[in-house]
Design a protein. Structure first.
Length: 185
């Protein structure tokens, strides 16, 4: 009986601490895992006529040692042989844990001190929405927040999406993603 009581007391004291710890998680009011995105997140150009709005993103429980965040949006199904970078934001301070809908607009200046939007595969510095070729089927869009071990990624002025992705991955402590879908018929 004494052993059972000790186990009960141990679990009673440990479980609340485990519940508080949580895990690094990304959430959104606009997109859902495995569900189709709204037309407001479709690109406006290249034959697409959407709202070109980046979705709301919010993250929590950053791992210990996080010094900055990076945000990426990538389509692995683009018929390029290398996918398609829709958005990359680096050097986001740890005080920022949420981006409102439309925060990645090229008309919006992300005002996080030191943060930077990298030129996407459309050739613009900002969010570029979904725009798969008509009839190409369903594409997956991976929205990812990365907890980084450095305050600032040192990137050249004209850094490519591949170089930026490499540097992000080299310094990622942990990441969390939401993979949404989009299709043009």
């Amino acid at each position: 009986m004494h052993t059972i009581l000790k186990l009960f007391v141990s679990l009673t004291l440990t479980l609340p601490l485990l519940a508080q710890a949580g895990s690094f998680a990304l959430h959104s009011n606009d997109i859902r895992k495995g569900e189709f995105m709204d037309n407001k997140h479709e690109f406006n150009g290249f034959g697409c006529t959407g709202g070109d709005l980046s979705p709301h993103l919010k993250w929590e429980n950053a791992p210990e040692g996080t010094k900055s965040f990076a945000i990426t949006v990538y389509d692995p199904d683009a018929p390029t042989g290398s996918g398609w970078w829709h958005w990359q934001v680096v050097n986001v301070p740890t005080s920022v844990t949420e981006l409102e809908t439309g925060a990645g607009s090229t008309n919006t200046n992300l005002s996080f001190k030191g943060s930077r939007q990298i030129s996407n595969d459309y050739g613009i510095e900002g969010f570029g929405g979904a725009c798969p070729p008509e009839g190409h089927g369903v594409h997956r869009y991976r929205f990812t927040v990365h907890a980084l071990s450095v305050n600032k990624l040192e990137l050249p002025e004209n850094a490519s999406g591949a170089l930026t992705g490499y540097m992000i991955n080299q310094h990622t402590i942990e990441s969390s993603s939401i993979e949404s879908l989009y299709e043009r018929k």
